[in-house]
Design a protein around this ligand. Structure first.
Ligand code: DMJ
Length: 673
């Protein structure tokens, strides 16, 4: 035991250490037994026997050791982290974890011999491919892992090897690229977002890597790979012939301009993110950073630029957490605001984003109802992110106003609204197709986005669906397909736009969010009809508009197509609804139907030199008459929904956390379910 004598015998500090820490405990002096009380008493006695100086020195030493311990732990942690990060950064720069570099892009085996009937359009059907192991999705910066997670990397190698085998068989593209699949960031419940306030919102933090890692990675399957291949083929055309322009003209190997704002590139950003096309994404990001300028003397359509550009930038910001996209979103959002300076506050259809002026179309002072009521998700989200309420105020006012308007028919709205009077015009025509469609979609989606609190939106939605049931539903012959027709001044027309095929998906989303179960039943019947709009046509692709037969006639199918309506613009609505239906029911037939559509796009709309084209005649497989245009929504929506439809990972854009805008750009639900 430490004694005063020992202290006197040498320098206090050293004595203290040797005597105190060593002796008694080591040799067992003092009748040691196992009694805790005894030990406590004995320690206390020893402590009391120390001089004040000795006690202070002991306490100081303990404190010193504790501080050293904390410091060395932190700096070791830093060093470990930087090693891990560096190696991941290296991987990023090289585009590979060695072995992840592919000799060829991950494209499908060579198309089967083109059917004689298929003209120039190569047939693309999948051959049997090796089963793919798990690929972890998620951007590399969200994938920083502890060393013991190397197992995952090994799995990626395996996947890449499998992909390489596929690639060997392909003859189409030879560019050296890699598949590195990442995932869109998932908002975890603890990161739930809040409705707009006057304070600027801090950008959300990346989702918890640890939480994500708890989940078994879901493999990317063959059909998803086929979508990636299709996207790359489309992107190749855009990159080679239309880079930075609005739309690709794949046959003339040129481009068309609408707003002159790189529409396809912006629309496709989040699709690349979701599909894991990192290299393409980085290249496009560079264009956004260096070449995307909104200070241009150009008239843009408020609705189209909101859903495609503002929506695309906002969702890319959410997925990538890259501030560049938020800054650009703020810029375009501010430049669109002059549209709301009208006598009625119902916005004009067109805005000059350079001059800050807005106007209606030359021939009228009307705006389209769907257009003024389908910009809300985006402007509301912009307010939430910036803390600037003016965006939300402007669009909420439109909804409140439309809510009170007369001229509806059991919740169904006319197609036009006057920007001076604020009243509906051209009364008496009701459709869920062009000019009204997304009004219904955004009623439900705003209600979900805002945490299911805005009752007027829900009321209007529920009433409208009742209106659809009462006035617009009929059954066709011979298959008795339920379809959504139109009503013109009391006369029913059996005409249905392909655009209406958004409805089954929206109904299913509503049912998933607790609305009437019969909405789901209706969704199931309507998606069957949309499927038949493809299946009953010669190319297996739907025309823009169909007419349903109401009376059985020998040799007639349910679906009739008029010559003026037989084009296909590569639209997304049916695939979109298939995606929702599969997510909510798990019924694989929906995936199969989507797979058929993809194959038919590949058969009849794929241009060998890159890109896909809309076609003029879905009824003529030997000459579908290419129109020489690839719409931006083919990359923004159609292929994205295909990829999601084929996925079995419900967390790949979880529908309880994200709401898709009408251009398929996912935005966060403010209070996730
Ligand atoms: C897209 O721009 C949007 O989906 C819009 O709501 C309707 N039209 C096209 C796709 O068909």
């Amino acid at each position: 035991m430490y004694s005063g004598a020992a202290a006197a015998a040498g320098p206090p500090r050293r004595d203290f250490i040797s005597v105190t820490l060593g002796r008694e405990e080591a040799v067992g002096v003092g009748g040691y037994n196992n009694s805790k009380a005894w030990r406590r008493r004995s320690c206390w006695r020893k402590w009391k026997q120390l001089s004040r100086l000795q006690r202070s020195v002991i306490l100081f030493l303990f404190a010193f050791l504790a501080v050293c311990g904390v410091i060395s732990y932190t700096s070791m942690g830093e060093a470990w982290r930087s090693i891990t990060n560096k190696s991941l950064d290296d991987q990023r720069t090289e585009q590979v974890i060695p072995g992840l570099k592919l000799a060829n892009p991950a494209v499908l085996p060579a198309p089967q011999k083109a059917d004689a009937n298929h003209g120039d359009y190569p047939d693309l059907s999948l051959q049997k491919r090796p089963k793919l192991p798990h690929v972890r999705r998620g951007p590399s910066n969200l994938q920083i892992k502890a060393p013991w997670r190397d197992m995952r990397l090994k799995t990626q190698h395996d996947t890449v090897r499998a992909v390489e085998e596929l690639v060997k068989a392909d003859k189409v593209e030879k560019t050296e690229k890699s598949i590195i699949s990442w995932r869109g960031a998932v908002i975890e419940p603890d990161q739930s977002t809040e409705p707009p306030s006057s304070k600027t919102m801090e950008p959300e933090k990346p989702s918890s890597v640890e939480d994500e890692d708890q989940k078994e990675p879901v493999p990317i399957n063959e059909r998803q790979l086929a979508v990636i291949e299709a996207f790359r083929h489309a992107w190749k055309g855009y990159k080679d012939f239309a880079w930075g322009h609005d739309e690709l003209k794949p046959l003339s190997k040129s481009y068309s301009e609408w707003f002159g704002l790189g529409l396809t590139l912006i629309d496709a950003l989040d699709t690349m993110w979701i599909l894991g096309l990192k290299e393409e994404f980085e290249e496009a990001r560079k264009w956004v950073a260096n070449d995307l300028v909104f200070d241009k003397n150009v008239d843009v359509n408020l609705f189209e630029s909101t859903i495609r550009i503002l929506g695309g930038l906002l969702s890319t910001y959410h997925l990538s957490r890259d501030n560049l996209f938020l800054e650009k979103a703020k810029d375009i959002g501010n430049r669109l605001m002059p549209a709301f300076k009208t006598p009625s506050k119902i916005p004009y259809s067109d805005v000059n984003i350079g001059r800050g002026t807005a106007h209606p179309p030359r021939w009228t002072s009307d705006s389209t109802v769907a257009e003024v009521t389908s910009i809300q998700l985006e402007f509301r989200e912009l307010s939430r992110l910036t803390g600037d309420e003016k965006f939300q105020r402007a669009v909420d006012e439109v909804m409140k106003h439309v809510h009170t308007l007369s001229g509806k028919n059991d919740g169904l709205v006319p197609m036009f609204i006057n920007t001076n009077s604020g009243q509906f015009t051209h009364l008496g025509v009701y459709t869920l197709g062009a000019r009204a469609d997304s009004y219904y979609e955004y009623l439900l989606k705003q209600w979900i986005q805002g945490g299911k609190k805005e009752n007027e939106l829900l009321e209007d939605y529920m009433r409208a669906i009742e209106g659809v049931k009462k006035h617009l539903l009929q059954r066709s012959e011979p298959k008795k397909l339920t379809f959504v027709g139109e009503l013109a001044h009391g006369h029913f027309s059996a005409k249905m736009d392909h655009l209406v095929c958004f409805l089954p998906g929206t109904l299913a989303l509503g049912a998933h969010n607790g609305l009437a179960a019969d909405h789901m039943k209706l969704a199931e019947t309507l998606i069957e009809t949309c499927h038949q709009m493809y299946a009953q046509v010669e190319t297996g692709l739907s025309p823009e508009i169909v007419h349903f037969n109401l009376h059985a006639q020998k040799g007639h199918k349910d679906v009739e197509v008029k010559p003026a309506d037989r084009h296909n613009l590569l639209r997304p609505e049916t695939v979109e609804s298939l995606f929702y239906m599969y997510r909510f029911t798990g019924d694989k037939k929906y995936q199969d139907w989507g797979w058929e559509i993809l194959q038919n796009f590949n058969r009849y709309t794929r241009v060998p030199t890159g890109g896909y084209t809309s076609i003029n005649n879905v009824q003529n497989p030997s000459n579908p008459e290419p129109r020489d245009k690839m719409e931006s929504f083919f990359l923004g929506e159609t292929l994205k929904y295909m990829f999601l439809l084929f996925s079995d990972d419900i967390d790949l854009i979880n529908l309880d956390k994200y709401i898709f805008n009408t251009e398929a750009h996912p935005l966060p639900i403010w209070v996730p379910a």
